[in-house]
Design a protein around this ligand. Structure first.
Ligand SMILES: CC/C=C\C=C\CC(=O)SCCNC(=O)CCNC(=O)[C@H](O)C(C)(C)COP(=O)(O)OP(=O)(O)OC[C@H]1O[C@@H](n2cnc3c(N)ncnc32)[C@H](O)[C@@H]1OP(=O)(O)O
Length: 279
């Protein structure tokens, strides 16, 4: 597995031990602006992590001064490249394919069986918000500056924010406020409206606390944790009736796990969680 991760050029994957991985956007000289290469590497990385039994929780962060400054505006011309004599229908099909590809790379985070905690700092603009809404837990430093920036570059956000934000945050007036104005908003405001669950004074404090949270989650039964992410994602996208049926069907097999007995015995006798076999 490590060999695969080592092939990535703009994403850094570190095994922190205790089944916790740290994944970093690693293009600090461009404030982690997302070109097609890093976009694809995000997708590859989360597909590999999904299969990697040495990883039970992921921390996603950005190297350098900022989490991510969004789409690489230097490379934006790929959207209106000179397609020679292609007519609009054919150009449209080509762009459709590109947008779907870009969407899918972030959806791999949402679909990853392991919980992903995103720890943001500095600028978190445009595609950075798309990424964050595909993650399971969002935290930031208090000086983070966030923006659903797409309107400012003349487009409707199309790689996740407009689709996932209404599932993350209940206040649709606030969602429309930030998406239509593209204004900068603070970590405090994001916390107030529920986009973030915690805000930290410094980056160091954030990384320490997030590592503790990741370690705690990773110490629990992977059957319990991964089942919980899976069912919560299903519940988000379906009716309560369908989702109750889904969890009953899911647990038809999952309740036969050895983890159930081991975890309940430890819990009942107020002992720490025991080690669990790889999943
Ligand atoms: C199908 C489409 C799919 C997805 C679409 C997503 C849309 C979006 O993501 S919208 C958001 C796009 N991003 C932006 O609008 C931000 C652009 N950047 C800035 O406004 C500023 O750089 C800044 C983040 C406010 C920081 O300003 P400052 O502190 O003055 O630093 P700079 O000198 O401007 O930047 C340093 C260095 O980084 C490069 N850079 C920063 N952001 C980007 C970017 N988004 N794309 C490309 N390059 C970026 C900047 O050019 C500098 O590089 P040098 O080589 O040092 O010149």
């Amino acid at each position: 597995m490590q060999k695969q991760y080592d092939s990535l050029k703009l994403i850094k994957v570190e095994n922190l031990g205790d089944f916790v991985y740290k994944v970093s956007l690693n293009r600090p000289s461009k404030f982690n602006a997302l070109n097609m290469e890093i976009w694809k590497e995000i997708g590859d990385c989360f597909q590999w992590i999904d299969e990697d039994s040495d990883c039970r929780v992921v921390i996603l962060q950005g190297e350098g001064k900022h989490f991510c400054s969004g789409l690489d505006l230097g490379g934006v011309s790929f959207l209106n490249e000179d397609d020679g004599d292609k007519d609009s229908a054919r150009k449209g099909r080509a762009i459709l394919k590109t947008i779907k590809f870009m969407q899918k790379q972030f959806t791999y985070i949402d679909e990853c069986s392991k919980p992903v905690i995103v720890a943001m700092h500095g600028y978190c603009l445009g595609a950075a918000i798309d990424i964050s809404t595909a993650c399971d837990v969002r935290v930031s430093t208090k000086d983070a500056i966030l923006s659903v920036k797409e309107v400012d570059i003349g487009m409707a956000a199309d790689v996740g924010t407009l689709n996932r934000l209404p599932k993350v945050v209940g206040n649709h007036s606030w969602i429309k406020d930030i998406c239509l104005t593209a204004r900068h908003f603070s970590a405090g405001e994001a916390l107030q409206f529920g986009l973030l669950s915690r805000v930290f004074d410094t980056r160091e404090e954030m990384i320490n606390e997030v590592q503790k949270m990741a370690k705690l989650i990773a110490s629990k039964s992977p059957v319990g944790v991964q089942g919980t992410k899976n069912v919560l994602n299903y519940a988000r996208d379906h009716t309560i009736e369908n989702s109750l049926n889904y969890v009953a069907t899911w647990n038809m097999s999952q309740l036969f796990t050895d983890d159930l007995i081991k975890a309940s015995m430890a819990s009942f006798s107020k002992q720490p969680q025991p080690p669990f076999s790889k999943l």
